[in-house]
Design a protein around this ligand. Structure first.
Ligand code: ZN
Length: 487
């Protein structure tokens, strides 16, 4: 309460000093004070995304399609149902456009045959005590030779009623004019925008041409999204502009909150593997490495870890940076049990389509996620979909590893079928088994697979250990360890 009064005081001060607004003659109605963010006044800065609810991650291979969809699950079921419907709609639209119609041909495809990718990512914000905003970023990569497209989808929800709130209900008269004026002023006065904005901006950014009908509310202000080619050359990609609430005083319905608690960006202390269960590896005996991709998953990875712990064995996990951020405790447990943990990229993009810069950015983001969660950066990388062309190989600083036995767990989703793949291998000595840590059926299969491997005399080791004991090699950054290493 104390803080609230202080922020209102700050606002009054700001108004008195004339530092609110850009000369639009905005007035603050006394009945509905808008609360400024506490802290130094910075007109534009990247907004801080807040995690609302839990992050749900759906990775689905349906070759030739692949889906990597992330969305929030809140404590409100009505909101969750609407979110699921939105996600399902996007999936259906993509499938109708790009799926292979020939069912027989489809059956023959494997994970490497995924060529059309749909990615969904999101930011979520607390806009006020009872309003949340979810911004979905949809990326469609239809396939080789077809340009990918990005779209933004914005939703506001009332957390008390679970109802969706339209942007029209959020804005008051004068909002469009103020937003238009601010946007034009900002883009024509600031680098790198002022020299690159298209000549007809006065028309495209006019208040009533629909450009400002959709906007996102976060804890600091109103965010407007401009698609590629909207008002700037395509090389600038999608452009976001944050307009602080102070610039739009009195023009929104009941929005404006106190500053969100600052999230401590502390680096986690390095997690030490348990010392008391040090393993002895006998180089003369057969060994096999189990690997689990696409996690961590707070349910299924945990169940896999239960199996490993029970039998005092290890595996290698190739985790996604975005999920490491969401579920750090599961990663900590992987390490505590002595498992090897590598990167499976930040958000499971198809690296064969990434630029040099995008690869570097992905490595950086993933490293940061790991550093914050467990105190170290991964040195091992398994490319999503196994896609690792020569360009990727020449620009990836981490050691790249593949697998040699594909259990097809993502496809069959059947523990029996998964076990049949394992049983049908004449020898598993020196091999790397590919599984996914995000399915219940894969966790169930692991419950059978680990005892099976132990009964058949295999030592369960990590990928690095296979390389060390079978090939006398230490992992080296930037080097590719392909299928022939693990035969
Ligand atoms: Zn994967």
């Amino acid at each position: 309460m104390k803080r609230k009064r202080w922020t209102i005081g700050l606002l009054a001060l700001a108004v008195a000093l004339g530092i609110s607004g850009c000369g639009q003659g905005n007035t603050v109605s006394a009945a509905e004070p808008l609360i400024l963010q506490v802290g130094p006044m910075q007109p534009v800065k990247p907004e801080r995304a807040q995690f609302i609810g839990d992050k749900e991650s759906l990775i689905e291979y349906a070759a030739p399609l692949a889906f990597v969809l992330e969305y929030p699950r809140t404590s409100n079921e009505a909101i969750n149902n609407q979110i699921l419907e939105i996600v399902q709609d996007l999936k259906t639209q993509f499938t109708e456009k790009y799926d292979l119609k020939d069912e027989k041909a489809k059956k023959r495809l494997s994970q490497n045959d995924c060529r059309s990718f749909l990615y969904l990512d999101y930011d979520s914000y607390l806009a006020s005590d009872n309003k949340i905003c979810i911004v979905f970023y949809e990326t469609q990569e239809p396939g080789p030779g077809i340009a990918s497209t990005e779209r933004v989808h914005i939703y506001h929800f009332d957390t008390n009623t679970g109802q969706r709130i339209s942007e029209e209900d959020l804005r008051k008269d004068g909002f469009l004019e103020a937003v238009s004026a601010y946007t034009i002023k900002y883009f024509t006065e600031n680098e790198p925008y002022k020299d690159r904005i298209f000549g007809d901006y006065k028309i495209t950014l006019a208040p009533n041409n629909g450009r400002f009908d959709r906007f996102a509310l976060n804890s600091e202000g109103v965010v407007i999204y401009f698609n590629q080619y909207d008002i700037f050359p395509g090389s600038m990609g999608m452009v976001k502009l944050l307009i602080p609430y102070s610039e739009l005083a009195g023009l929104l319905n009941g929005v404006g909150i106190e500053a969100p608690p600052v999230v401590e960006e502390e680096v986690a202390s390095e997690v030490e593997p348990e010392k008391n269960n040090e393993r002895k590896i006998d180089p003369a005996k057969p060994m096999v490495a189990l690997t689990f991709d696409d996690g961590p998953n707070p349910v299924h990875t945990e169940r896999i870890l239960d199996v490993l712990e029970k039998h005092n064995v290890v595996a290698t996990f190739f985790d996604l940076g975005s999920l490491v951020e969401a579920y750090p405790n599961t990663v900590k447990r992987e390490i505590a049990l002595g498992c090897e943990v590598g990167s499976h990229s930040y958000s499971h993009k198809n690296f064969n389509t990434l630029s040099k810069e995008a690869i570097a950015e992905d490595v950086r983001m993933t490293a940061e996620a790991f550093r914050k969660a467990v105190g170290f950066e991964p040195t091992l990388f398994r490319p999503p979909y196994g896609n690792c062309n020569d360009f990727v190989k020449s620009h990836m600083p981490l050691a790249m590893v593949t697998w040699s036995v594909d259990t097809l767990d993502w496809k069959t989703k059947d523990p029996k079928a998964i076990m049949n793949v394992i049983r049908s291998e004449e020898s598993l000595d020196g091999k790397v088994i590919l599984m996914h840590g995000i399915y219940e059926t894969s966790a169930k299969a692991t419950e059978q697979m680990v005892p099976y491997l132990l009964e058949n005399g295999y030592q369960l080791v990590t990928v690095s250990e296979i390389l060390q004991y079978k090939h006398g090699m230490q992992l080296e950054g930037g080097k590719y360890y392909g299928y022939n290493y693990f035969q």
